[in-house]
Design a protein around this ligand. Structure first.
Ligand code: HEC
Length: 150
């Protein structure tokens, strides 16, 4: 009997977790699914965000080694200057100032796009995934204009 209860709980728990994190999508399906995926984003930070204090340290730690000036940038995307970041990469523009929820960028860093989880899932010992609070800061940063000079 106990065994059945355990199996039932396992299946139930699995179903619940599947429901809680609705499926990530392929990159080609991102635009069509954005509204749905947006519902799962953390809340944007409520404060005025400073690029230098709040954002740059996160990018330096988790992104710039692969998306900076030192080697050929992955996905042809550079994050270290505003002009280059807004230009986008192989998949086009990913940061749309003032529109965080329409910015593909936000879905990459929340692991909602298959094969575009940023930082890549296999490299997270070296490049830590952003926390919910940090993602909230990035959302607010984009909504406040994705500035690099404050
Ligand atoms: C270990 C290297 C590595 C790190 C660290 C990394 N990325 Fe990436 N990133 C990649 C690779 C590789 C791709 C290309 C993926 C592909 O084409 O399948 C990519 C693609 C991207 C793209 C899409 C570019 C395009 O248009 O194709 C964005 C945006 C991006 N990364 C943002 C970030 C952010 C933000 C961080 C930090 C939170 C980050 N990445 C950390 C390797 C990395």
């Amino acid at each position: 009997m106990l065994r059945y209860i355990a199996a039932f709980m396992l299946i139930g728990g699995f179903a619940a977790s599947q429901h809680a994190n609705a499926e990530p999508v392929e990159i080609d399906d991102l635009k069509d699914n954005m509204a749905k995926l947006a519902a799962k984003l953390p809340a944007p930070a409520k404060k005025q965000v400073s690029y230098k204090k709040d954002i740059e340290p996160l990018f330096k730690k988790s992104c710039v080694n692969c998306h900076g000036p030192d080697k050929r940038p992955k996905g042809k995307f550079r994050i270290d200057t505003r002009a280059l970041a807004l230009k986008g990469g192989s998949e086009g523009v990913s940061i749309i100032p003032a529109k965080s929820k329409k910015s593909p960028f936000i879905y990459y860093i929340t692991d909602q796009v298959i094969d575009y989880e940023m930082p890549p899932t296999a490299k997270r010992e070296k490049y830590p995934k952003l926390t919910k609070e940090q993602i909230g800061l990035v959302l607010a940063w984009i909504d406040q204009g994705a500035k690099y000079d404050n």
